[in-house]
Design a protein around this ligand. Structure first.
Ligand code: NAD
Ligand code: TYD
Length: 361
């Protein structure tokens, strides 16, 4: 079988690095991965230590908005698959500085779509067999749910934050390329992920690290906002399954039926840390519910997200394999066992970010 070449964007981030590690393990020599990543604060090559010497893996430092670079990558490599993760991904940052979200998430997606289209289109306007583009997106494009109901692929878009608006815009661009040019793509809209290599500005790693250093745990508003948590490995498996078994031009929602309020998550983290840390460990003494601090709510804070993964289950055979209890134990264990990762990744940035955020609350 010929070797398939993947262009992965944003592969040094949280989900992208989990995807690359998973794919090279699963497919071995039968795939080649080119990882295009700008290495923003959220991208870190530490996440890819496991594959850095793999001869089927190549890292290219660069921006998806750089048309010349992206076009050159398509010209010099016979790319079969694009899996597009690169994005600005943190809602709180988007509230404070929307511009980079529009540039990377919207403009960058357009540059990538155009380059792939131009490289893959044939003289008769159709696309070469086997070429596929997968756009990784979020359930946040659907807006906020009340106490009941789920997001389906047919749910109208109703984004509220600059982040979700920029992701919604990028989804619509992908859809327009499918509708206008017959461009061979899929969109996946996934719920909140957790697991190894997540930058510690997001809820779960932030709470783990703050608790371990005896810092306050900032819970927005009343702590009763609900997210539908999915273990990252289940997400990356779903992406691969959609690209291999899904119908082209379709959107698939990926989620875990795993709804938890934020305050529940914080209590689970505190309880699990208490269990994992030995009695002699000085960090254990500092970990208690007194660290929880209810702070000013996030602006435009969506109340509830919940995915109905019926379509991906029926058509692709995907389902979440990791239940939350197991996933959160694995995740917390990973953050405890990989203290040095934190030092590499944070590099002063998180402290700066955290101090700025926290001083406003
Ligand atoms: P992340 O912030 O951890 O990583 C983003 C990566 O993209 C980083 O490596 C960064 O360096 C890179 N990047 C940013 N701008 C770039 C640019 N202009 N050019 C090239 N690379 C650039 O994000 P994540 O949590 O891994 O999310 C990956 C994708 O999955 C995003 O598209 C996000 O919208 C989507 N998503 C995330 C979640 C979640 O819970 N984290 C859930 C659903 C969907
Ligand atoms: P986050 O991890 O930023 O993901 P998203 O906003 O994309 O869902 O936040 C998850 C939830 O946790 C969200 O309801 C906001 C809340 N939250 C806090 O209460 N405190 C925090 O410090 C952070 C980062 C998030």
């Amino acid at each position: 079988m010929p070797v398939k070449t993947y262009l992965v964007t944003g592969g040094a981030g949280f989900i992208g690095s989990n995807y690359i590690n998973y794919m090279l393990k699963k497919y071995g020599e039968s795939i080649r991965i080119i990882n295009l990543d700008k290495l923003t604060y959220a991208g870190n090559l530490e996440n890819l230590k496991e594959v850095e010497t793999n001869k089927n893996y190549t890292f290219v430092k660069g921006d998806i908005c750089d048309k010349g670079l992206v076009t050159k990558l398509f010209r010099e490599n016979d790319i079969d698959r694009v899996v597009h993760f690169a994005a600005e991904s943190h809602v709180d940052r988007s509230i404070r500085n929307p511009e980079t979200f529009v540039v990377t998430n919207v403009l960058g997606t357009m540059v990538l779509l155009n380059a792939a289209k131009d490289a893959w289109v044939q003289a008769d306007g159709t696309f070469a067999e086997g070429k596929k583009f997968l756009h990784v997106s979020t359930d946040e494009v659907y807006g906020s749910l009340g106490e009941t109901g789920y997001f389906y692929e047919t749910t109208p878009y109703d984004p509220h934050s600059p982040y979700s608006a920029s992701k919604a815009s990028s989804d619509l661009l992908v859809k327009s390329y499918m509708d206008t040019y017959g461009f061979p793509a899929n969109i996946t809209n996934c719920s909140n992920n957790y697991g190894p290599f997540q930058f510690p500005e997001k809820l779960i790693p932030l709470m783990i690290y703050n608790a371990l250093s005896g810092k306050e745990l900032p819970v927005y508003g009343d702590g009763l906002n609900i997210r539908d948590w999915l273990y990252v490995e289940d997400h990356v498996k779903g992406i691969d399954m959609v690209q291999e078994k899904g119908r082209l031009f379709q959107t698939y929602n990926i989620g875990g039926h795993n709804e938890k309020t934020n305050i529940e998550i914080v209590h689970i983290i505190l309880d699990t840390l208490q269990k994992f840390l030995g009695d002699g460990d000085e960090r254990k003494a500092k970990i208690n519910n007194g660290l929880i601090r209810f702070v000013q709510d996030r602006k435009g804070h969506d109340r509830r997200y919940a995915i109905a993964p019926d379509k991906i289950r029926a058509e692709v055979g995907w389902y979440p394999e990791t239940n939350f209890e197991e996933g959160i134990r694995k995740t917390i264990r990973w953050y405890l066992d990989n203290e040095e990762w934190k030092d590499h990744v944070l590099n002063g940035e998180y402290q700066k970010y955290y101090d700025e955020m926290y001083s406003q609350k």
